[in-house]
Design a protein around this ligand. Structure first.
Ligand SMILES: [Zn+2]
Length: 183
């Protein structure tokens, strides 16, 4: 797996394909092949979806609109109207088809259907006032996620590196403080 799916929702996972958004942004979806790979790795989307340059542009526009709306939610401010239009328009498109058989579930559809599905998932999350949307506690991460833990006490996005790095830094700081106190 090249991409991480730890946000608790595929629409949020899509927004997290830009790493470290504030300090040193790194976009991991730069070619149509990147998008195809991301879709293939996302559990609830169709396999073998092909994407072209236009599909990539639509996906990136949707991604940035979803990110902007999620930030608006996080900061309790009105939704950005241009981003609302992108997400709502994308959600109105055809969605992937689901087929059940003895072999299990088969999801199929093209890239347009994938984006419609992601937009709908994003709308469901953003419309849910009870959803606990958070930004990862490690400042360099900037990943958004849904905290479904009991008491909503989760602090990190779910990437091992985030909680562990912060805990390691805190441990080193405590050890330094103890060493200084001992001197
Ligand atoms: Zn994180």
């Amino acid at each position: 797996m090249r991409f991480a799916f730890v946000s608790g929702d595929p629409a949020l996972d899509l927004t997290a394909t830009v790493l470290s958004r504030r300090a040193d942004p790194l976009d991991t979806l730069t070619t149509p092949a990147d998008l195809e790979q991301w879709v293939a790795e996302c559990a609830e989307l169709p396999d073998h979806v092909t994407a072209g340059a236009t599909d990539l542009a639509s996906a990136l526009a949707l991604r940035e609109a979803l990110y902007r709306l999620a930030l608006d939610r996080l900061r309790s401010r009105p939704f950005h109207s241009g981003s609302l239009a992108i997400v709502n328009d994308t959600a109105a498109g055809p969605v992937p088809t689901l087929r059940l058989s003895d072999d299990g579930l088969r999801v199929s559809g093209d890239c347009r259907a994938v984006l419609a599905r992601l937009a709908r998932r994003g709308i469901t999350v953003l419309a849910d006032r009870g959803a606990c949307l958070k930004e990862c506690g490690r400042p360099d991460c900037t990943r958004l996620y849904l905290d479904r833990s009991r008491g909503s006490r989760r602090t990190w996005c779910g990437m091992d590196e985030c909680g562990n790095r912060v805990k390691a830094a805190a441990y080193r700081a405590r050890r330094r403080a103890r060493a200084t106190a001992a001197d």
